[in-house]
Design a protein around this ligand. Structure first.
Ligand SMILES: [Zn+2]
Length: 407
């Protein structure tokens, strides 16, 4: 360990030294509760565990109701699904440094998934959400607990926001995160780092959309030319939308799913196309948004089909700004003090860190455990990363107090 650490920092780090088994066991308890994004009962049970996790480190707990999620039925009509509230814990709101810590309790594994419980294999803690990101929530709780028992306690306050809808793109919590971001100096999010410890730097923005075409159904033999073919309209629109992808600019349009049509002797009157768009820069988002609307309008005019676009850019791009880079450099120097070589790389994936950045909050969003194979039944967290990552975050927070005045 480097000699640059103060006695208080050394004590702080030492208080986390022996916490590996406690953190791993708490993670197992959390992960053995299925909390797939649409498993309402499971989310509620997991949220009770989250209260236990954070009630001792915080002073205040409340739940913020979230808007229902909008989905499309097979007829292309929108309907709403209620979701659990966001959990918000706070402490010391008038301290000089205010940190927004975020995470999610949902996982990609539905109630009927076969991947339900944890097991240990060497240094790997396998299980649904061990890395993404219940392990990270446990790390966060221990970071705050250690800091609360240190002399740094009164120098910072925090809000912890745990959302139930991150794995489906934060459709409802995204706006709440952005409004919370405005009252804080820095954001810390506990998504996993890669197994080798690499963090996510710049992130692309992303939006999920559904385009519904409603035409006019006729018999293909008797009155073909009176029909308005919704499948054809969607095919044309999908082809035009896909042409917006460009390797040089990094803009991608992925046509993910098309539903529509029936017997071949009938002109189909309904078709729905689901697609995802990603880009690097906020300006590209504005440009692409206009291009999509132009394409939809043009195909609607030429086909005679009524076309409705649903969805939005729920994750704005998170570019590597100067201030973002300064925060990463600070984390790197914290890592050096505890023998870690902290690296980061740009990614096309996105998370809550995008939403925080869009609200102007400087943040690092992969402060959770090291792990791999997330969103698959091979998911695991590296057991030896619990203490290491908790110490890294704790040290970072002690430095954020001065760093704030240098920005
Ligand atoms: Zn995640």
């Amino acid at each position: 360990m480097s000699l640059n650490l103060t006695t208080s920092q050394i004590e702080l780090l030492a208080s986390l030294d022996s916490m590996q088994d406690t953190m791993a066991n708490t993670t197992i308890e959390l992960c053995n509760i299925n909390s797939g994004s649409f498993n309402a009962e499971g989310i509620t049970r997991a949220q009770e565990k989250v209260i236990q996790l954070f009630e001792d480190v915080s002073e205040d707990y409340q739940t913020l109701p979230l808007e229902p999620i909008k989905k499309l039925d097979s007829n292309g009509n929108e309907y709403e699904v209620n979701i659990a509230p966001m959990q918000v814990f706070r402490a010391r709101p008038s301290a000089p440094l205010q940190i927004l810590c975020t995470g999610h309790i949902d996982t990609v594994f539905p109630a009927e998934s076969e991947f339900q419980t944890c097991w240990i294999e060497g240094n790997r803690l396998h299980g649904p959400g061990t890395a993404d990101m219940k392990g990270g929530l446990v790390v966060l709780a221990h970071v705050l607990k250690a800091l609360n028992s240190s002399e740094y306690k009164n120098q910072f306050g925090f809000t912890i926001a745990i959302s139930p809808d991150e794995e489906i793109g934060s459709p409802s919590s995204g706006d709440v995160l952005m409004s919370l971001a405005k009252d804080h100096d820095f954001g810390l999010t506990y998504e996993p780092a890669l197994a080798d410890g690499t963090l996510a730097g710049a992130r692309k923005g992303s939006g999920n959309f559904s385009l519904v075409a409603k035409g006019f159904s006729t018999h293909a033999g008797r009155s073909f030319f009176e029909g308005k073919n919704a499948v054809l309209a969607i095919s044309q629109a999908a082809t035009e939308l896909a042409k917006l992808s460009n390797e040089e600019t990094g803009i991608t349009v992925n046509i993910g799913k098309i539903d529509g049509g029936g017997p071949v002797n009938v002109v189909p009157d309904l078709c729905v196309c689901h697609f995802n768009i990603r880009m690097h820069e906020p300006e590209q988002q504005i440009q692409v948004e206009k291009q999509i609307n132009d394409i939809v309008q043009a195909i609607s005019d030429s086909s005679g089909c009524e076309m409705t676009l649903h969805g939005k850019f729920n994750r704005p791009p998170k570019p590597m700004t100067e201030k973002q880079l300064a925060m990463f450099e600070l984390l790197k120097s914290c890592g050096e003090k505890i023998g870690l070589n902290i690296q980061w790389q740009a990614t096309g994936g996105c998370c809550e860190g995008n939403n925080l950045a869009a609200a102007g909050l400087i943040n690092i969003d992969t402060l959770g455990v090291r792990g791999a194979n997330i969103h698959s039944e091979e998911e695991f967290a590296c057991i030896d990363s619990f203490v290491e990552r908790a110490q890294l975050s704790a040290l970072l927070i002690t430095h954020l107090i001065d760093f704030k005045s240098q920005l």
